[in-house]
Design a binder for this molecule. Structure first.
Ligand code: NAD
Ligand code: 44H
Length: 469
């Protein structure tokens, strides 16, 4: 017998949730039942108390079926060098599959009890280009105009918001929990454009707060299953692993009300921007650097990439010399201190966060993690030397082989175009990723070419060890 309501009383008391899903009011519809939502927003919402989440799996049914078999229960296994603990989360009071039952998703968004819709659908799920334009093909147009079932995220949101308006179901906040620059404004832009295709405007009383979300949550592995089983005494088929650290900074704009997320330490503010740019440029810029350099060096996990000789020094210099001058931190925080904390978190050996997981979807991630940093730094007259190395590492990564010749999978929506583009200029010409000002900066292009050459001739490990081009 696995984890479920009927076995919960066999689970150690300290691991049990404070309330059961059936006791909660379904005030949130969350789209994207991935690992991050389950270890972050669900944890905050459980601690807030009273609010239940209707979880929507937009595509694959795998996690949904596992959760349904467990009455919505699963555990978060928090790991660090000192050991692990498991906490059962019991906050999902409804579970829907968007792919096979899109009408149920529309009905949930239109339900007057719903006051917040949240999303973790990865950057590509929003179907926006770098400039924030919605990519509308025939299929999406049919979804938005009601000619086809709303299977995509824009489709589900538009049909749900229109049904909600028709039902007079009241105000609502639509909250993005994905890593994206200006995520509230981008989501508002996406919904506005999508509604425009349907010939409609954004209904009154709908807000799109910005948020910065942070917790390292690697993909679940068999080790996660083992740790959860050991801690709970019963098998859990849907656990997630997470680091102890978690942070959520949210723009406090919830016209229909919200859970008391601050009970679990969330920061409610009127200005998320400094938190967001610090996280995207420092933590995620460095994360991507470790992922590409580490993958090229044949290193499987982020902590092992950080332990390559010279890597800590290189990342500290990247933060101090290249990234920090482009970031205005929130009051009371220093970028270098924040960066040191990020490096400490990345060094957690128990996370097993795979370099290839962090490396995926590079064309979606690089603009806000690295490219905008480089453009700002160059505009300020800085050399941006180590940022050029990270960019060169991504370019080298797109060639599809590690330094020892073993294949590296290129998991990216623009993969076809990347395989074709082999020179620095050809890659910098991908306008969805790079603005013209970067390829026009010939001195900088030469720097990137120089690092790419160093990576190709000497390999990533030796290039990092040397620490200079
Ligand atoms: N995992 C982390 O450490 C972490 C931390 C902070 C933020 N995030 C954010 O959360 C996102 C998801 O991370 P995760 O760890 O849950 O990944 P995951 O692979 O476990 O889940 C991805 C989710 O996105 C959905 N999805 C993927 N492509 C989609 C598409 N085209 N349309 C609609 N839905 C789509 C999937 O159905 C799934 O629910 C990340 O992309 C990031 O923006 C993750
Ligand atoms: O989740 P992704 O694929 O967008 O990015 C991978 C990681 O860089 C990211 O998830 C970080 O672990 C996370 O953002 C830390 O809060």
């Amino acid at each position: 017998m696995g984890l479920s309501l009927s076995t919960l009383d066999t689970v150690p008391r300290e691991s049990r949730p404070p309330a059961l899903p059936g006791d909660l009011t379904p005030g949130i519809v969350h789209i994207g039942l991935g690992a991050f939502h389950r270890a972050h927003q669900a944890v905050y919402t459980q601690a807030a108390g009273g609010w239940g989440i209707v979880g929507v799996a937009p595509r694959s049914r795998d996690v949904l079926d596992r959760l349904r078999a467990q009455d919505g229960l699963y555990s978060v296994v928090t790991v660090d060098g000192d050991g692990s603990r498991a906490d059962v989360i019991g906050v999902h009071c409804g579970l829907l599959h968007g792919g096979s039952d899109p009408d149920a998703v529309v009905a949930a968004i239109a339900d007057p009890r719903t006051r917040v819709v949240t999303l973790t659908v990865t950057e590509k799920g929003y179907r926006l280009d770098a400039a924030g334009n919605l990519t509308v093909d025939e299929g999406l147009r049919a979804e938005l105009t009601g000619a086809a079932p709303p299977l995509s995220t824009p489709g589900a949101l538009v049909r749900g918001l229109l049904a909600r308006e028709a039902a007079g179901a009241g105000p609502l906040a639509v909250l993005c929990s994905d890593n994206m620059r200006g995520n509230g404004a981008r989501l508002r832009g996406m919904v506005t454009q999508a509604l425009g295709v349907a010939g409609r405007g954004v209904p009154a009383g709908i807000s799109f707060p910005s948020a910065m979300v942070d917790r390292i949550v690697p993909a679940t592995t068999s080790r996660t299953l083992d740790l959860a089983h050991t801690a709970l005494g019963v098998p859990d088929a849907a656990p997630v692993t997470a680091e102890p650290f978690m942070q959520w900074v949210i723009e406090d704009d919830f016209p229909g009300g919200r859970p008391r997320w601050e009970r679990a330490g969330a920061i409610l503010t009127d200005d998320v921007a400094p938190w967001e740019s610090m996280k995207l440029r420092v933590l995620l810029g460095v994360h991507s650097g470790l992922a590409y350099l580490g993958a090229l060096a044949g290193v499987e996990t982020i902590d092992r990439a950080l332990s390559l000789p010279g890597m800590v020094d290189l990342m500290e210099r990247l933060i101090r010399d290249d990234i920090a001058p482009t970031v205005t931190p929130p009051p009371g925080v220093t970028v270098v201190g924040y960066g040191a904390q990020a490096l400490h978190r990345f060094a957690n050996p128990a996370l097993g966060h795979r370099t290839l997981q962090v490396a995926m979807d590079g064309t979606q991630k690089l603009p806000y993690r690295l490219v905008e940093t480089i453009v700002d730094g160059r505009r300020a007259g800085l050399p941006m030397e180590l940022a050029a190395l990270v960019l060169a590492a991504w370019m080298r990564f797109t060639r599809g082989t590690a330094d020892d010749g073993s294949p590296l999978p290129l998991n990216d929506p623009l993969a076809d175009r990347l395989r074709g583009g082999s020179t620095v200029d050809e890659l910098l010409a991908i306008e969805e990723v790079f603005p013209p000002v970067l390829r026009e900066d010939r001195e900088y292009v030469a720097r990137v070419e120089h690092w790419l050459g160093a990576l190709e001739s000497g390999g990533a490990a030796d290039t990092v060890k040397a620490g200079h081009g």
